[in-house]
Design a protein around this ligand. Structure first.
Ligand code: ZN
Length: 291
């Protein structure tokens, strides 16, 4: 992704992985082959792999640099994490920190880490393994968690459930134990030009992040929208949505609101070139990637 400037705020990304990963009807239980075939023409080859027919998804972190702060949004899967139920995320060893360094960012320089929600692929680099223990990867950062989101998963963990493939234990709790977690309301403002908004459905405390400046704007929507195929079918919720009906309502309202506006959409899993705008098309929508 080319650096996106929103006023005096710069947005880049670090990619952990980008690949054809899920069969469409696995990620979207409502998807039919017929419905997908109808939109192949615009989805291939950027969003759907023509060979396998699988959805192409990226797992990345947005790096938001303001005149005051360096902020990371969503931290992928992480290295060394034990995820046997997802072989493509199990015991990874990726040059994520080296890639951050290439953008001029040392772990010590990160001021805030924000997770749009606490699923396994959004919290991983919160921690890293040092001498057999999970410690915060960014020692000086405050990690912003939506209070409602944290409470939802914490209750499951307290009931003895393994939460999000074990990521709550190895990537969220150590942050709390080190005193680096800050629980906020879902409409929290981080700076004058960066604020959260609730987007419930995918998870109960799911949030989106608004960035505005110099007459431009961007919305970091996390998994509120998973894939460009949802432009034609905003009603498709993913199999990972906790409340598929609420997720559908939230997503549809968001797409309606952004359509034909200059606001850039920055989703958590859209592949290269990532950023783009939503436009109305026939009786649905299209995603127009930024050149
Ligand atoms: Zn995700």
């Amino acid at each position: 992704m080319k650096t996106l400037a929103i006023g005096d705020i710069r947005i880049d990304r670090v990619v952990e992985s980008e690949m054809p990963i899920f069969e469409p009807d696995f990620l979207f239980p409502d998807a039919t082959r017929e419905a997908l075939d109808a939109q192949r023409q615009w989805l291939e080859p950027h969003f759907v792999d023509p060979l396998s027919g699988k959805l192409i998804m990226s797992f990345h972190t947005y790096i938001v640099r303001t005149p005051h702060h360096t902020i990371l949004v969503d931290t992928c899967v992480g290295n060394d994490k034990h995820r046997p139920a997802r072989d493509f995320w199990h015991q990874l060893s990726n040059p994520y920190l080296e890639d951050l360094a290439r953008l001029g960012i040392a772990p010590e320089a990160v001021d805030y880490v924000m997770c749009t929600h606490l699923h396994v692929d959004h919290v991983g680099w919160n921690t890293r393994l040092v001498d057999g223990r999970w410690v915060p990867t960014f020692p000086n950062a405050r990690y912003i968690f939506a209070r409602e989101e944290y409470a939802f998963w914490q209750a499951k963990a307290a009931a003895g459930e393994e939460v999000n493939h074990g990521s709550f234990d190895d990537s969220v709790l150590p942050i709390v134990e080190h005193g680096q977690a800050v629980m906020v309301e879902s409409d929290h403002a981080l700076e004058d030009h960066i604020w959260l908004a609730p987007a419930p459905g995918h998870t109960p405390g799911n949030i989106v992040i608004n960035i505005e400046g110099g007459g431009d704007s961007a919305l970091l929507c996390g998994d509120t929208i998973h894939h460009a195929a949802q432009m034609d079918y905003p009603e498709w919720s993913s199999r990972f949505c906790e409340d598929p009906i609420l997720s559908r309502q939230t997503r549809t309202a968001l797409i309606e609101r952004l359509a034909d506006t200059p606001t850039y959409l920055l989703a958590a899993h859209f592949p290269t070139p990532v950023a783009g705008q939503i436009v109305r098309h026939a009786d649905a929508f299209r995603f127009k990637p930024r050149g």
